[in-house]
Design a protein around this ligand. Structure first.
Ligand SMILES: [Zn+2]
Length: 377
């Protein structure tokens, strides 16, 4: 006990390495948001990228960029890339990515983006720490902090077109974005995984990790969220991908997205799930990118569950309307009960769900557009 105490006094970094995951996750979120709004190409963004490279170094990763840890983007800004080599000879690797940029500042204040996406960066660093301690890895892992996600996914799309390792070796891409709270702050502990319809192998790995850890992971097709995060460039290059997120809430893209609103226990749980999934991907069969029919009944059950939980637990529904949630729940239940889910019924379900999942203040235009689509179905 005394020796531990002495070690803690002597070495702050060692103490942090022995602390519970929540403590490290909080330290990394606070460390990243300390640079401010991190808008693409700003001093704040550049300082944040330097910090991320330093964190990768502390964990013991190798540089994986073009210029050390950095991959400069054509005009401004830079991705931050680190490599954890396999322990056996292998050309195969997995990519874990999270964007570190955010929205800068305006007359309302500084947009710190604690959940979007310091939470994803912190989870990526925690996974790096855990996996670097494993003695056997049949695949390598490339960790990428993407710049310019908030500006048309520019950093990740550039990386997917101009990768620092041949993309032919990339077995899967996991995209972490907004992991620190929950859908409307009403579904604590629930993780969403989008994109499994493009790879039954990856989809099965996600289910296996959820079962092993007794975690609630709801899998849905990527079309429910549209091209909303850094997985897009990799999907276009036909890399199996999973977009892992805990969902948006009333503080999304506002100056109130602050570290004190993060649910660190929930974030630690998601991080454990992602570490488990990564370990499975490092050891298992390489998943294929194929594109198959989504399991529409499973989706319908998941949709009904989402609406049910939001209705039951959301104190203030914020910008979500109860009538919308009820409609969604009825749609999900009816579809789940149906013998066979027709394509029109599924289309209605997808659009109604997009409406609900995306109904935050900054997406009013999209909401109106989707409502018109729904009215036309
Ligand atoms: Zn984001």
């Amino acid at each position: 006990m005394m020796r531990n105490l002495m070690a803690m006094l002597v070495c702050g970094a060692c103490a942090l390495a022995q602390a519970p995951a929540e403590v490290r996750l909080q330290a990394d979120i606070e460390g990243l948001v300390a640079f401010g709004g991190r808008t693409w190409g700003s001093d704040s963004g550049l300082e944040a990228s330097t910090w991320l490279a330093e964190r990768f170094t502390e964990i013991g990763l190798e540089p994986g960029g073009k210029d050390g840890f950095f991959q400069p983007l054509p005009d401004k800004g830079r991705n931050v890339v680190a490599w954890l080599a396999p322990t056996v000879a292998s050309d195969s690797w997995v990519l874990l990515g999270a964007h570190f940029d955010h929205l800068g500042h305006d007359d309302k204040g500084v947009y710190l983006g604690a959940d979007d996406n310091a939470s994803g960066v912190a989870a990526m660093l925690e996974c790096a720490l855990r996996l670097s301690q494993q003695t056997e890895r049949k695949r390598g892992i490339l960790f990428v902090g993407f710049d310019a996600e908030e500006f048309g996914l520019a950093g990740s799309r550039y990386f997917a077109r101009t990768p620092t390792r041949p993309l032919s070796g990339c077995a899967a891409m996991l995209c972490l974005d907004i992991l620190g709270r929950s859908m409307l702050d009403a579904m604590p502990g629930t993780l969403f995984a989008f994109g499994g319809e493009w790879s039954s192998g990856l989809r099965a790995q996600v289910d296996a990790s959820a079962t092993a850890l007794d975690a609630q992971v709801l899998q849905l097709a990527a079309e429910y969220v549209g091209p909303r995060s850094d997985f897009l460039g990799f999907a276009l290059e036909q890399v199996p991908f999973a977009f892992l997120t805990s969902g948006t809430h009333a503080d999304y893209h506002t100056v109130d997205d602050l570290p004190e609103h993060i649910d660190y226990g929930s974030l630690a749980g998601h991080t454990e799930l992602i570490s488990h999934l990564l370990a499975g991907l490092l050891a298992g069969e390489r998943p294929a990118f194929e594109g198959h029919e989504p399991d529409a009944h499973q989706e319908a059950r998941n949709i009904a569950l989402i609406a049910h939980e939001l209705l039951a637990h959301a104190e203030g529904l914020g910008r979500f309307e109860r009538s919308q949630l009820r409609a969604l729940e009825r749609l999900g239940e009816r579809n789940a009960a149906a013998e066979r889910l027709g394509s029109l019924a599924r289309s209605r379900m997808v659009v109604q769900t997009q409406l609900t999942l995306l109904s935050t203040g900054s997406l009013t235009g999209m909401r109106e557009r989707l409502q018109r689509v729904l009215d036309g179905l």
